[in-house]
Write a protein that binds this ligand. Structure first.
Ligand code: NCD
Ligand code: ZN
Length: 344
């Protein structure tokens, strides 16, 4: 049987939610990944170091005693974030970055930034301290076609930002377009990007395959095949600017299967296995370890993990749906097969 052993990977972009929902999904990530950058878009959002530390403690309390999973926390940037918060963040080893959601861009982003100009003092402090800004790279202008919102964001927001703050560390999160891959590739070494497994595996046809597919709806929305191909090329290129971030984003099934469904795909149940599928399909399994286990740690200036995981090429069936607190969760590929399995 074909097996693949890699340095244990990290997930550099993850939604864990809170309370019973968090307890339902956390084991999937903790089984596979050593660390994860945990997104702050709770209700209310995690806007201060104190809130981030309290959230981290709730995650740690939910882990089995034997688990060494290390949640790395982020702050949610608002128009009112104070530079003092950045100073404090840099004194706390487990809070790693600041997340920038343009107000209204995605799930729980209402408190996000309305105009980056309002954050100038905070961005200065971040640049001075080497604090990474994690960017949801989509404009919210409803006049811009939804499939163009990432590309337009690069032009309108990211390019000027990189000029104004020439040494600000930036991660362009969950890139979905050829243009974003090219932007990051051409940018200096302190600008990187995460890529999800679902954006490597699917193009926008998956949203409408035989009918509406709410469980393939996420933001940024899936794009054309040419974009998927460019993302695969970036992921398998060996370029250290590109690294794994699942953007696993659980939503109760009834909130996706409704007339105005939530954005987000839940992939943590196969969080590394789906990447193995994508890399294998591209004939580049040998490039998976660097993308999943080296590049992100190097970018964040953290040690690479010392232990390993092993994947086995053996298909398994994903449950039709699973418990999610008092609700149900439809996982990516529900009812279908994943080609690789984690050896326990
Ligand atoms: C994320 C969520 O549900 O929190 N949804 C998504 O579609 N990716 C938010 C985000 O990362 O945009
Ligand atoms: Zn996300």
């Amino acid at each position: 049987m074909k097996t693949l052993t890699l340095t244990r990977p990290d997930d550099w972009h993850l939604h864990l939610r809170d309370g019973d929902y968090m307890r339902a999904v956390l084991p999937d990530t903790a089984k596979r990944f050593a660390r994860a950058i945990v997104m702050p878009n709770l209700k209310p959002p995690v806007t201060t170091v104190a809130l981030a530390l309290a959230y981290r403690q709730r995650i740690l309390d939910a882990l089995p005693a034997a688990s060494s999973f290390d949640p790395l926390m982020t702050l949610y940037l608002t128009d009112n974030t104070r530079p003092e918060e950045i100073i404090q963040l840099n004194q706390i080893l487990t809070v790693k970055a600041v997340k920038y959601y343009p107000a209204g861009a995605t799930t729980n982003s209402d408190a996000g930034v309305t105009d980056l100009a309002r954050c100038a003092a905070v961005l200065e402090a971040m640049q001075a301290t080497g604090t990474p800004l994690l960017v949801h790279g989509e404009v919210t202008d409803s006049a811009v076609d939804i499939f163009d919102r990432e590309r337009v964001f690069l032009e309108r927001v990211l390019t000027p930002l990189a000029v104004k703050y020439p040494s600000l560390k930036v991660v362009v999160e969950h890139i979905t377009t050829r243009e974003a891959a090219a932007f990051v590739k051409a940018a200096p070494a302190h600008i990187g990007a995460t890529i999800t497994a679902h954006h490597l595996l699917l193009n926008r046809n998956a949203l409408f395959a035989g009918g509406m597919r709410p469980h393939h709806y996420c933001l940024p929305v899936l794009k054309r095949e040419t974009h998927r191909e460019a993302l695969v090329e970036a992921a398998i290129s060996g370029n250290p600017k590109f690294f794994l971030g699942t953007d696993s984003a659980p939503h109760a099934r009834h909130t996706k299967e409704t007339d105005c469904g939530c954005a987000g795909c839940y992939t943590a149940h196969a969080g590394i296995e789906l990447y193995a599928e994508a890399f294998e399909a591209a004939g580049a399994l040998d490039k998976l370890e660097a993308f999943a286990s080296h590049h992100g740690a190097d970018f964040y200036g953290l040690p690479r993990n010392r232990d390993t995981i092993t994947l086995v090429k053996e298909p398994w069936r994903v449950a039709a749906d699973v418990a999610y607190g008092d609700d149900r969760l439809t996982q990516f590929r529900a009812g279908g097969e994943v080609g690789w399995r984690l050896a326990l």
